[in-house]
Ligand binder design. Structure first.
Ligand code: ADP
Length: 552
């Protein structure tokens, strides 16, 4: 049956209120949307969000196509057919938009349960398409279908999905973990909300008020959606597209605006469209140029940082190889050195017969040199353990006063030999207990006392224990060569040795303080030095927490 009395139904409805060819202008809108979506899709075939974007574009184009048929065709059978489908396609657009926003922001697919519920709901509507619930009757006088009760459900669902999208996006903006994430979500939200409000909003509004021309304008919301999307693509490299996205957007917009020339009749409108076109070309060109510069800069930065990362990687490999070498070499050295120490001790004790005083003197020197070698090997082993993360710490409650007393007993003879005073200052009222690694802390304090004696030509060394705010502080104070101010920042670095020490003829590796710092830090404490300058003596401080887990 034909609506013969009305040769062109859209003229009947729109003759006064809407520019005649308004809805044809949605053809370029759909084409641009499709072109961008296809472009994004072919650049990222395997990403779900680019597939979804393409589906939105397809559903939207289908909807526009149906809509045009409804207004331009006068065959009632065609109108009935497309009218019965258009609402479902409309619902599909809002569901897909929700799906797209979720996948784009969460970077994962929706749950199977969600798909099942929405899929079930949609297929339920498919079954109802041919029934009277969908299209109740057909009004020949204005060539319109009379919608059935189903329309209300479509509208409710569409409004529900639209609200869902808006609420979801607002929550995402609120909970964004950083500003980059927030900006990205805001841009997507602006686009999606514009789109959904202008598409679904005007659809719902038009169907309630029957002011269909509002709907025709609403479709332009899609252009806003596309613009934001394109901005997202270039700015945040969503879908991994840079320049091409911007170019496609600008060309698309220019085509879109240019095509308006064919639809506007009025001279003023033509001039306005012309001005808009010129502005779009100028700003589009500027946009492409600025993005190009930005992309180039980003690429340069990326290249530089990847080269740096490579160099860093190589350095790390070299460093590992060095640590490995030191570790193997030290292990191999330690065994014979320990054997030498044992045999010299046995000879000195007379286990191999009586020895002359002269030989004893020489053997004592050999013994001391051997001791220095053992210390050096121990330092190197510690270094390799620290650098490979294999250093193990054993925490237990210990009395630091006792530890310092033992150290004092070990060094007091050596101090006497050098004519130096060695003092231990303990406050007997304080417990001096701490949960820490006994051997490690003993090693570090011993090294500091050893250094104090080594770098002090006259005067002496004092070990002083105090409690400072839930921490135990050990100060090793000497009257020696001091540390020049400029050397202080490097003192605790690997292989760092002061320049004044050569005249003292003091052996060493420059590893003791470095290893000590690493150990104390691992024990949750700190180590530092104070010195008034060269020849003004120095004070090394160690501070360790009484309980572990404090002060972190
Ligand atoms: P080493 O003593 O084997 O050289 P360290 O790491 O123990 O290595 O010390 C590094 C450097 O710090 C020393 O070479 C010396 O210049 C300086 N230093 C350490 N302790 C003292 C001190 N008590 N007085 C002056 N300088 C010191």
């Amino acid at each position: 049956m034909f609506c013969t009395d009305i040769p062109n139904p859209f003229l009947f409805i729109f003759s006064n209120s809407v520019p005649e060819l308004l809805y044809y202008s949605h053809i370029p809108t759909s084409i641009t949307m499709l072109a961008i979506a296809l472009f994004v899709y072919f650049k990222n075939k395997y990403s779900l969000d680019s597939k979804l974007l393409l589906f939105i574009a397809l559903a939207f184009s289908l909807w526009t196509f149906f809509d045009i048929i409804l207004w331009t065709n006068n065959d009632s059978r065609n109108i009935m057919f497309f009218w019965s489908l258009i609402n479902l396609v409309e619902l599909l657009v809002s569901v897909l938009t929700l799906y797209f926003a979720y996948v784009f922001l969460e970077k994962k697919d929706v749950s199977f349960k969600f798909k099942l519920i929405i899929g079930g709901l949609m297929s339920f509507f498919v079954f109802l398409i041919p029934t009277k619930l969908n299209i109740a009757s057909f009004l020949l006088f204005n060539c319109e279908a009379q919608q059935g009760i189903l329309l209300n459900y479509y509208r409710i669902l569409e409004a529900f999905f639209s609200f869902w999208i808006v609420i979801y996006l607002f929550r995402k903006i609120k909970n964004a973990i950083n500003t980059e994430e927030r900006k990205k979500t805001i841009f997507l939200s602006l686009g999606v909300i514009f789109f959904i409000l202008s598409f679904s909003g005007t659809n719902i509004y038009s169907s309630i008020t029957t002011q269909w021309e509002i709907l025709q304008y609403g479709l332009f919301g899609v252009v806003v959606f596309m613009s934001f999307l394109a901005y997202l693509i270039v700015k945040f490299q969503a879908f991994n597209i840079k320049m091409f996205g911007a170019q496609a957007l600008v060309v698309g917009l220019i085509i879109l605006i240019g095509s308006q020339f064919f639809f506007v009749r009025n001279f003023t409108n033509q001039i306005l469209t012309g001005i808009t076109l010129v502005l779009a070309v100028v700003f589009g060109w500027a946009l492409i140029r600025s993005i190009k510069i930005e992309v180039e800069r980003k690429n340069q930065l990326q290249e530089m940082s990847s080269r740096l990362a490579q160099a860093n990687d190589q350095l790390r490999k070299l460093d590992n190889a060095k640590s490995e070498f030191i570790s193997i070499a030290s292990h191999q050295l330690r065994t014979p050195l320990t054997a030498i120490k044992g045999f010299i001790s046995l000879i000195l004790e007379g286990s191999y017969g009586k020895i002359s005083a002269e030989i004893k003197d020489v053997l004592n020197k050999v013994y001391l040199s051997n001791e220095r070698l053992i210390e050096l090997v121990e330092d190197l082993l510690n270094l390799s353990r620290i650098e490979s993360g294999r250093m193990e710490y054993k925490f237990e409650k210990i009395n630091l006063g006792e530890v310092c007393q033992e150290i004092y007993d070990t060094f007091v003879l050596r101090a006497k030999e050098k004519n130096l005073d060695l003092d231990l200052v303990l406050d007997k009222n304080l417990a001096m207990e701490a949960v820490t690694d006994r051997n490690k802390i003993r090693e570090v304090i011993s090294n500091l006392v050893d250094n104090g004696l080594k770098y002090t030509p006259k005067g002496g060394v004092k070990i002083k224990l105090t409690e400072v705010e839930e921490k135990i502080q050990i100060a090793i104070i000497d009257t020696g060569i001091g540390v020049p101010e400029e050397e202080i920042p490097y003192l605790f670095s690997k292989f760092s040795r002061g320049k004044d020490i050569s005249r003292l003829n003091a052996g060493g590796t420059g590893l003791g303080l470095y290893v000590g710092k690493k150990m104390i830090e691992a024990l949750g404490g700190r180590i530092w030095v104070q010195s008034a300058g060269a020849n003004m003596g120095s004070t090394f401080f160690i501070e360790v927490p009484k309980e572990q887990g404090e002060g972190e």
